[in-house]
Design a protein around this ligand. Sequence first.
Ligand code: URA
Length: 246
Amino acid sequence: MTILDQRRSQMLGQMGITIWKSRPFSDHDSNGEELSSEDGVEVDEDPNVTNVLEPERFTSLEEVASAVRGCQRCPLSRERKYAVPGTGSPSADWMFIGEAPGRDEDLQGMPFVGRSGQLLTSMIVALGLTRDQVFIANAIKCRPPNNRDPVEDEVNRCKPYLKAQISMIQPRVIVALGRISARLLLDAHEKTPMSELRGDVHTYEKTGIPLIVTYHPAYLLRSPDQKRIAWQDLLLARSQLRRGSA
Ligand code: URA
């Protein structure tokens, strides 16, 4: 067993999974984003704001990240330390999409760097990948105060950034982490329960990209007995990706 295999087994152990068979998976270069802090997008009071900021206006992931960093389209921008555009490979096969930055992410400007981030990293490593090989983003790019759920207006104002990121990366599979991200990506009603969202292979808009919903790592930290189910979701996601390459 190589050191990498040992590390993966450890990660699976942390996820509560004891049996694991190693499979070579992705050969992407690790290619982190180089982001600058120009090109901000200013507050737009138009309630129909999703029509004002068209995802098509962006021509690169760097441009999206710069716009996110300077964004003032909703009041969350006034309370943030850093906006969190997302990070990872611009040609990732996998996109993991969480809800919104928490305290640690707000302080560092990076997604999933706190406790739930450690669990997400374990999940990614258990799949035989590294964080650099996937793309990790959030539905909402700024931290809601006290980690409250984002409101509909905040979601709508932020949505074009994620849409632009997905359309530029063109991942082969999307994993929605938790109900907020799942509802946003599937345009589901805000009361749709997780039990109706997970377990199926959805498709992201009209792109044909398979989308799998799983539990948010923060929920898994509170309910470790659900980690097995989350692992099944990840295997379902991986099966979609393999199917795409057959
Ligand atoms: N939770 C999320 O949904 N996203 C993060 O980046 C961190 C915690």
